[in-house]
Design a binder for this molecule. Structure first.
Ligand code: THU
Length: 165
């Protein structure tokens, strides 16, 4: 017998950073600034991610491209690598993501690619906390409660049947 299941999720949408609380607004501004540090000579699409940790520390990452294209890394994974490497026992609570083209901030929000969704999901499970996701366009901001909404039916360590810490 076929059973049809439905997956849906809700998210918040805002028109500009003024509508956000002070901490979220700060994080979006830092993500936008971080995008300026991207090394994106090939796509000219610069992305910045800023992660607020439970301690209040903010950790950033930008995309870093490479002449061997697959060797490049997205801003989100760049920021998470920084968290794991330098703040191992702290826990991410929220990540803000913003992008710049040659014309300036993107009007629309950009959403993490599939690889980054998978890595954000693993970071939620590593830290044991949900990570709020703030997608920040110039005049549109979307806030999602957890990566599970963007990556339903995810592959994770339970599927490997191993009890990693
Ligand atoms: N990129 C990110 O850094 N984050 C995203 O969420 C989407 C895409 C980067 C990868 C590549 O350097 C450039 O943007 C164009 O795809």
């Amino acid at each position: 017998m076929i059973r049809t299941k439905n997956i849906s999720f809700s998210y918040e949408e805002y028109e500009n950073t003024e509508e956000l609380n002070k901490d979220d607004r700060e994080l979006v501004l830092i993500a936008r600034e971080t995008a300026l540090n991207a090394y994106a000579p090939y796509s000219k699409f610069r992305v910045g991610a800023a992660i607020r940790l439970e301690s209040g520390i903010i950790v950033c990452g930008a995309n870093v491209e490479n002449a061997a294209f697959p060797s490049g890394i997205c801003a989100e994974r760049s920021a998470i690598s920084n968290v794991v490497s330098n703040h191992h026992n702290d826990k991410p609570t929220v990540i803000a993501i913003a992008a710049l083209t040659e014309k300036g901030l993107t009007d629309e929000t950009i959403s993490p690619c599939g690889n980054c969704r998978q890595v954000i999901a693993e970071e939620e499970s590593r830290s044991g906390n949900k990570i709020r996701i703030i997608l920040a366009g110039r005049n549109k901001i979307q806030i999602i409660d957890s990566i599970s909404s963007l990556l339903p039916l995810q592959f994770n360590k339970m599927n490997l049947k191993v009890n990693l810490p």
